[in-house]
Ligand binder design. Structure first.
Ligand code: ZN
Length: 238
């Protein structure tokens, strides 16, 4: 019995540190899914870029289709690729922040996620010349801890999760382009997660493009395509 208070305190710490942010993000994910379904809408998002080779490829593919996307940039990858970022903006895409060095907010020191989020904003601001705290933010691995959740809420940062993982960045897990498109069609839309960092495997980029093409083909089924901030505006109206 004497350990009961410690156990209760421990449970409360776990709940506050990991569970509360998880519930908060799951709520956001549900709201995105419901809004996409209601408006038959898809938001295509790319994480972990920019990639010197792949980002222009996917951007060009989307320009051909007349569809915008949102690119959640890793600020540490932006240096040397400033022209790629500028091209994205010129092409009508939206840029969001994905932090600086892709740290996991759960499995690092409690304040590391906050510092990485802040550093990501600083670097992105220096490159783009614009204030970026209020542009869409996607936490690395889709995880926040209590401190980083409170931090982004205090900054008024819009956090954007995904509803459909394209599984284009994981080795050993696969989802075919047709399966991804079928999932989206069945759900009535959603937020698609793909990745535009350059990769060494020979056909990896082709896999990304094939999945992107499968999603873009849903234009013929009457789906609308929006940027993340446009989707958030729809969520706010719902
Ligand atoms: Zn990522």
């Amino acid at each position: 019995m004497q350990y009961l208070p410690y156990a209760l305190v421990g449970a409360a710490v776990v709940a506050a540190y990991w569970v509360l942010p998880r519930l908060w993000l799951q709520g956001k994910k549900r709201a995105l899914a419901a809004t996409c379904r209601k408006h038959k809408t898809i938001a295509i998002t790319f994480d972990d870029g920019p990639g010197r080779l792949l980002t222009p490829l996917v951007s060009g593919r989307m320009a051909e289709a007349g569809v915008p996307a949102t690119f959640f940039l890793l600020a540490s990858s932006v240096r040397g690729n400033e022209d790629v970022v500028e091209d994205l903006l010129q092409s009508g895409h939206e840029i969001g922040s994905h932090g600086d060095r892709h740290v996991h907010h759960w499995w690092s020191l409690p304040w590391t996620g906050v510092l990485d989020t802040r550093d990501g904003w600083r670097r992105l601001r220096d490159v783009t010349g614009r204030e970026v705290r209020r542009i869409p933010f996607r936490p690395p691995f889709g995880k926040l801890n209590l401190l980083s959740m409170l931090y982004v809420r205090r900054q008024g940062t819009p956090v954007v999760m995904w509803t459909h993982d394209g599984f284009d960045a994981r080795l050993g897990v696969d989802k075919s382009p047709a399966e991804l498109a079928a999932e989206l069609q069945k759900a009535g839309g959603g937020v698609v997660l793909l990745h535009d960092f350059d990769r060494s495997l020979a056909n990896a980029s082709q896999q990304v493009l094939a999945k992107l093409d499968a999603v873009l083909a849903l234009r013929n089924q009457g789906f609308k395509f929006v940027r993340a901030s446009e989707l958030l505006a729809l969520v706010a109206k719902s």
